[in-house]
Design a protein around this ligand. Structure first.
Ligand SMILES: Cc1cc2nc3c(=O)[nH]c(=O)nc-3n(C[C@H](O)[C@H](O)[C@H](O)COP(=O)(O)OP(=O)(O)OC[C@H]3O[C@@H](n4cnc5c(N)ncnc54)[C@H](O)[C@@H]3O)c2cc1C
Length: 448
């Protein structure tokens, strides 16, 4: 083992970074504060815990998440290869047993000589000497956040988003519900709660006329669009949920042979199906109100909540000002940022940034050149976006196809097609194949 890198935070990004560095023959000190000090969202002391949904997104290659995961697979992602072993049925989506996955990862990391897992909260960045990756996530402990302002030279930004409730399956009356996947795609893994117009209207009325958790004075509520609380969506218009989270399209109720007015979906949360998660039901409602309102839904009259939805902090740096294309701090090349704190958003994006930051940190230690990941790859486009976008309006970002450069305009494949939808999909598939080709070329370059 040559030299050493410290990684602070053994979440999705930190664990992936540590593994990548270790697999390149470099010793790693991996610091994790849990279980001694917990965050507001984590429930265990295990590493790489997925704190909310158990889904890693679609596996479809023309979806942003599908492409991102395929790139990570080719890059040798440790997290994804472990995740594969704990998959639960969920149609087209890559969903896992969250607890099993983090248990597996913890066992595996502990078994690696050369990764020293240290249970400790790092309160001041100056406690660490040498090359360090900061991967402490959206719930970075307040003391460390404060000390990071010495590096970032300005206050960290923060905003809020919210988590969905999880219900014990033995408390659900499944006789009132039905299984189906939207458009009958893949296995019927979702359990659906049908609502007619009258019960939908009543439900929306209750959602929008009840108490939410009080805001603290210093908290500027600025929700991330992807993870809006269900009551916030409902407030945008009486039918906004029926056209969004609760849209019934393709979900025919076999009892009535009709499509209900709206459908609440439950997704299996663990391998043994002990728990179900309310899909898209992130919320800031008070717990007693969640219990009252969600129990009014068919089949949930006696629902026991394993976890209530809630709001949470989200810490991140102003990436365009602070880091370069290698996730490296512009003012200190021995400091890297990875995961949600560096300005990406989402499980897969966080894992990806950890993986790539890990490769770059290892290259730095090995005195090898740092070669930028092409912008034509999904991960490269995301890095490009977070490091080049307008710092005044910067927000953590997911990967979307919109971040990839447009394909050549005069490509005859597109001009002849009349079906716009078909073109869109085709374009995505072509962008995906260019991305994977460029990624393979980059991999070849960095391994020579
Ligand atoms: C409540 C919540 C719900 C979310 N839901 C989703 C979702 O459903 N889908 C999705 O794609 N994304 C979701 N996200 C966003 C994001 O993808 C996850 O937070 C993801 O886990 C981020 O990965 P990370 O490695 O950056 O941080 P984390 O996985 O949170 O890892 C950071 C680690 O650092 C540790 N740590 C913090 N401070 C210190 C310190 N000072 N010293 C030592 N250790 C420290 C923490 O305990 C934690 O283990 C959610 C985020 C939050 C906060």
């Amino acid at each position: 083992m040559k030299s050493r890198v410290s990684v602070i935070g053994a979440g999705l990004a930190g664990v992936e970074a540590a593994y990548q560095i270790w697999s390149r023959g470099i010793e790693v000190d991996l610091y994790e504060m849990r279980p001694n000090r917990m965050t507001e969202a984590h429930q265990t002391g295990f590493l790489a815990e997925m704190v909310c949904s158990n889904s890693l997104g679609s596996t479809d290659m023309s979806s942003a998440s599908g492409l991102l995961k395929e790139e990570l697979k080719r890059l040798g992602s440790f997290f994804l290869s472990e995740a594969e072993k704990t998959r639960v049925p969920a149609g087209n989506s890559f969903s896992v047993d969250r607890l099993k996955l983090s248990e597996r990862i913890t066992r595996s990391i502990r078994s690696k000589s050369g990764i020293n897992l240290i249970t400790k909260e790092i309160r001041d960045i100056d406690e660490i000497e040498g090359t360090v990756i900061i991967a402490t996530g959206p719930l970075t402990s307040p003391d460390l956040s404060e000390s990071l302002t010495r590096i970032t030279l300005r206050k960290n930004l923060f905003f809020f988003d919210a988590t969905s409730p999880i219900i014990r399956s033995d408390s659900i009356d499944f006789s009132k519900l039905y299984r189906a996947s939207r458009y009958n795609k893949g296995a019927a893994d979702f359990v659906n709660i049908p609502l007619d117009k009258e019960s939908y209207d009543e439900f929306v009325h209750e959602l929008t006329n009840t108490e939410t958790v009080a805001e603290k004075e210093f908290e500027k509520i600025d929700f991330f669009e992807y993870c809006l609380p269900v009551e916030e969506i409902a407030r945008r218009g009486n039918q906004s949920l029926a056209f969004g989270t609760l849209r019934p399209v393709g979900l025919e109720d076999p009892k009535t042979n009709t499509i209900p007015h709206a459908v609440v979906q439950l997704r299996q949360d663990d391998l043994r199906s002990n728990f179900y998660q309310m899909v898209g039901f992130q919320t800031r409602l008070k717990q007693k109100e969640q219990k009252r309102i969600f129990r009014s839904l068919p089949g949930l009259g006696k629902a026991q909540f394993e976890r209530y939805g809630r709001m949470h902090r989200n810490t991140y740096i102003n990436a365009p000002l602070i880091i370069n294309h290698f996730f490296q701090c512009k003012t200190r090349d021995d400091v890297f940022f990875a995961g949600q704190i560096c300005g990406v958003e989402g499980y897969v994006e966080s894992t990806g940034s950890g993986l790539i930051a890990g490769i770059y940190a290892a290259k730095k230690i090995l005195n090898e050149p740092l070669i930028p990941l092409p912008e034509t790859t999904a991960n490269g486009a995301l890095i490009h976006y977070i490091t080049r976008s307008d710092w005044k309006n910067f927000k953590p970002t997911r990967f979307t196809f919109g971040l990839l450069r447009e394909l050549s305009e005069n490509n005859s494949l597109f001009s002849k097609k009349s079906n716009k939808k078909m073109n869109k999909r085709k374009k995505k598939e072509m962008k995906a194949s260019v991305a994977l080709k460029k990624l393979d070329e980059w991999l070849l370059k960095i391994s020579n």
